[in-house]
Design a protein around this ligand. Structure first.
Ligand code: ADP
Ligand code: G6P
Length: 449
């Protein structure tokens, strides 16, 4: 009896430096879970990866790849997943590109996944399917295997009125309902899903959906970070030294930090505009603060992401053009991927983290920062799933530039005692959301059902 995790992304990427953990909330959270209990991870191999055997070092994990043609990969991942479902679920309706071919490739690839899982599945195994790339998979698997089948959706499930934009909405919901237990980060997303299921004619009672003879349970299971790992990182002497060197680089009293994949849902452009507004409205901070924005390249084959990069480059250039002085660099923009060790040093060095997505399923960066920081302030978007759980952060509306500028000023002036009080409360909440206990809770609920 073992665990089979199925996700589009493998938990590792093969780079020139060898195997490195994949970037993104799903992989960061689930890898330690599977490492701890062993099992198989089934993931797509991007087109072009063929022949390469990207296999994790950890012997406890078996990695199964689903090899796709270029056409399949482009239609399923670049197309239906990232040009349709991602913008739809994050309420970026103008970015949706509805094309029938994308859905056909999505269906074909979900079938390929179903075949791959059915091949390795043994009686008694638990299958745990992840995220928006594989909405049809639980339904397809239900026809092929028996045994516990869970599904977790890592991004917001939108209101049913928005979901109905999809011509294939019913098929997608029916696909999800192939699972025995469906999980979301928050009750808001779970309720949106239940209303969507009811709209498509599935009988809903409380948090249960009837599908023929079966009952599907829908629950909220907020996912956190690997707290053990971040605690270890935060204790290392190298981290302290690296954090001090980052502060020397900043060369100012106060350091502000942003860390994201370069994605239009993350509100990076709006955050930079808010920083510009802050420097205009609170001129006494000029020369005394620096903002480090880290953005890791993401989904660069999708036009909306390339356009975002252009827009962000432009605002960065404008801010530097207006405020840069010989003795002060107000903003540094790092367009690159870091290791967890390096990111933790940035977290430790920063006085304030500005985590202001326009919409986000959870946002693990917010948790990583609050857990690693020793005296910082977390400024968090009220449109991130994490805001439902991290009540002691300074919550802001990421569309309100003036409000964000004011919150930044408040965060920078916050007295030590208040910062400590908020951080301690946040750390306790993050401890309770630990990724391993998330998996334990979800899987025990699945098996108990
Ligand atoms: P998403 O899953 O949408 O990317 P999250 O904030 O939930 O957003 O998760 C992002 C994960 O990716 C975090 O674990 C974070 O540490 C990691 N990450 C983000 N930016 C970088 C970066 N520049 N380099 C390395 N890891 C990053
Ligand atoms: C979000 C999604 C994940 C995805 C990650 C990185 O966290 O919920 O499913 O893996 O972003 O995006 P990518 O497209 O690079 O896998």
């Amino acid at each position: 009896m073992s665990l089979i995790i199925v996700a589009n992304r493998a938990p590792f990427r093969l780079t020139a430096e060898g195997l490195v953990p994949a970037v993104g909330g799903l992989a960061t959270a689930l890898l330690p879970v599977l490492e701890a209990q062993g099992g198989t991870w089934v993931a797509a191999a991007e087109w072009g990866e063929k022949g390469r055997t990207a296999h994790p070092r950890q012997s406890a994990i078996r990695l199964e790849r689903v090899f796709l043609s270029e056409r399949e990969w482009q239609g399923y991942y670049g197309g239906f997943s990232n040009r349709v479902l991602w913008p739809l679920c994050h309420y970026f309706l103008e970015k949706i590109e509805l094309r029938r071919e994308y859905f056909q490739d999505y269906l074909r690839v979900n079938r390929r996944f179903a075949e791959a899982v059915a091949r390795i599945h043994r009686q008694g195994d638990t299958v745990f399917v992840q995220d928006y790339h594989l909405l049809l998979l639980p339904g397809l698997l239900r026809e092929k295997i028996q045994g516990p089948l869970g599904f977790f959706f890592h991004i917001p499930w939108p209101s049913s009125g928005v979901f109905r934009i999809l011509p294939w909405g019913r098929a997608l919901v029916a696909g999800v309902l192939g699972a025995d237990l469906v999980g979301f980060h928050t009750w808001e997303y779970a309720e949106n899903f239940l209303r969507t299921a009811a709209y498509y004619g599935f009988p809903v009672e409380g948090n249960k959906v009837r599908v023929g003879e079966r009952t599907v349970r829908v629950e909220a299971h907020p996912l956190g970070i690997d707290t053990h790992r971040f605690h270890e990182l935060s204790q290392s002497p190298e981290l302290g030294a690296h954090a001090r060197s980052l502060r020397r680089l900043a060369g100012v009293d106060r350091l502000i930090l942003g860390v994201d994949r370069l994605d239009y849902t993350k509100g990076i452009r709006e955050r930079l505009l808010a920083y510009e507004r802050f420097l205009q409205a609170y001129p006494h901070w000029r020369g005394r603060v620096a903002f480090f924005q880290i953005a890791t390249p993401s989904r660069t084959q999708v036009a909306a992401y390339r356009e975002l990069k252009r827009q962000v480059d432009e605002v960065v250039g404008r801010i530097l053009g207006s405020f840069l002085r010989e003795d002060w660099v107000p903003l540094r923009y790092f367009y690159q991927t870091y290791t967890q060790e390096e990111l933790s040093a940035f977290y430790r060095a920063a006085d304030v983290a500005l985590i202001t997505p326009l919409r986000d399923g959870m946002n693990l960066v917010a948790l990583e920062y609050a857990y690693t920081s020793s005296e910082g302030v977390l400024v968090l978007s009220n449109l991130a799933g994490a805001a439902e759980h991290l009540k002691e952060a300074l919550l802001v509306n990421p569309y309100d530039l003036d409000g964000m500028a004011a919150a930044l000023d408040r965060a920078l002036r916050m007295p030590y005692g208040e910062r400590q009080e908020r951080l301690l409360a946040l750390k306790a909440r993050i401890q309770a959301l630990d990724a391993q206990s998330w998996a334990d809770r979800f899987l025990s609920s699945l098996e108990a059902g």
